[in-house]
Design a protein around this ligand. Structure first.
Ligand code: T46
Length: 134
């Protein structure tokens, strides 16, 4: 079963516009230890192309839209993120690729751990091998 899921976030609306907020362990199932964002991504470029050993993340299209394909080694699913009031939760051991970034789009990423290059699988065959060994 695909362990990734769309998480709907609170949206407070009034005549001044909208406000969305996210609290660790309340709206998302992890403590936020890092925030980063992807922006000015050319429409024909792809990001991601890796998996993590321990990291959990929530990815939000804070502006514009893009697609994320997630692959747990058995099945793959593609999500189109296009609004800032929901995000895609991605646990560890999921291969992800991001593409079709719209003009002026930005991806906000909330992560459960600081950056650690040793947490990455950047080779798909190594990722599949590790899944089989699990
Ligand atoms: C993910 C997708 C959605 C850092 O120094 N610190 C950081 O926190 C991050 C995320 C990256 N970097 C360095 C590592 C590379 O030298 O920035 C460079 C580009 O990173 P990368 O090629 O991994 O970027 P993306 O957009 O392909 O992937 C990133 C995250 O790495 C990844 O965890 O899920 O965004």
């Amino acid at each position: 079963m695909n362990p990734c899921k769309i998480i709907d976030l609170p949206k407070i609306s009034d005549v001044r516009g909208n406000l969305t907020f996210i609290e660790s362990m309340h709206h998302i199932p992890f403590k936020i230890e890092r925030v980063y964002y992807l922006y000015d991504v050319p429409g024909d470029e792809e990001r991601g192309g890796h998996a993590h050993k321990n990291l959990e993340q929530l990815i939000i299209a804070i502006s514009g839209s893009f697609d994320i394909t997630v692959d747990d080694g058995i099945e793959s699913n593609t999500y189109s993120l296009r609004r800032p009031y929901y995000g895609l939760y991605i646990p560890s051991f999921i291969w992800r690729t991001m593409e079709n970034f719209s003009t002026s789009s930005a991806a906000l990423v909330l992560a459960s751990k600081p950056y650690d290059e040793s947490d990455y699988y950047r080779n798909y065959e190594d990722f599949i091998k590790s899944i089989k060994e699990k």
